[in-house]
Design a protein around this ligand. Structure first.
Ligand SMILES: [Zn+2]
Length: 231
């Protein structure tokens, strides 16, 4: 089998689509290390959503270079400079290359996965290929190559993963990826440099501007609550 990242013929690992630290840090496992899918609660997945995607070397590349940094940024352990924190907004000074490639690897893996949860979301094959090269070669690109911004949910514990969702904001196509407390909004239009709200994008200077929101206030949760009530 060919590794999806390096394309070499190698034995493939049962790779996590999203890194396992999310499941552990967000208490998404039950006592038997099983993950309950939000879109299919009756179906338990041992050790989370996985698929034969990557060879050992590529898994290690992602884990050691990018995921370890992402985990420390999101859940603590990395000294991060907080620049300002007006109401509900925080600015962090991050390693642009590491956090960008970590984030792009989430988008890429969601797109190449054949697991049911990711069925509704696929990038065009040339975008997938561009991402693959960027991740493999450690090329974080410029601000407007697959730019993104983030929201963080404030509530204590919020352990679920949502299927990626594509939608349009004015003339821009955006993919929303929700993993636990964290939400990425990736711009996948061809004209991302025309995005109106450039200020919130993660830029080459490494400044990440994060909006903190109360999940219970969002439309998504109102919908989910409604669905739960109806069941
Ligand atoms: Zn590989």
């Amino acid at each position: 089998m060919h590794c999806k990242l390096c394309l070499q013929e190698k034995e493939l690992r049962n790779s996590h689509i999203y890194p396992e630290f999310f499941y552990k840090s967000e208490s998404m496992y039950d006592e038997k290390h099983r993950f309950i899918q939000s879109n299919n609660p009756k179906f338990l997945l041992q050790k989370g959503i996985r698929e034969k995607l990557l060879c050992h070397d590529c898994e290690q590349l992602l884990a050691n270079t990018y995921e370890s940094y992402g985990r420390k940024v999101l859940y603590g352990g990395e000294e991060i400079e907080i620049l300002e924190s007006p109401q509900g907004k925080f600015s962090y000074n991050l390693d642009y290359k590491k956090f960008k490639i970590f984030s792009l690897s989430l988008l890429w893996r969601a797109s190449i996965s054949t697991r049911e949860m990711f069925d509704e979301f696929k990038l065009l094959s040339n975008a997938e290929e561009k991402l693959r090269n960027m991740i493999l070669n450690g090329n974080a690109g410029e601000t407007f190559n697959f730019p993104f911004y983030n929201y963080v949910v404030e509530e204590e514990r919020f352990g679920f993963i949502m299927p990626p969702e594509k939608y349009k904001d004015n003339s821009h196509r955006i993919v929303r990826i929700i993993i636990g407390h964290f939400t990425w909004f990736f711009l996948i239009s061809s004209h991302t440099e025309k995005f109106e709200n450039k200020d919130i994008l993660f830029k080459e200077d490494g400044i990440l501007k994060v909006r903190k929101i109360k999940m219970s206030d969002t439309e998504l949760i109102k919908q989910l609550n409604l669905e739960l009530i109806q069941k």
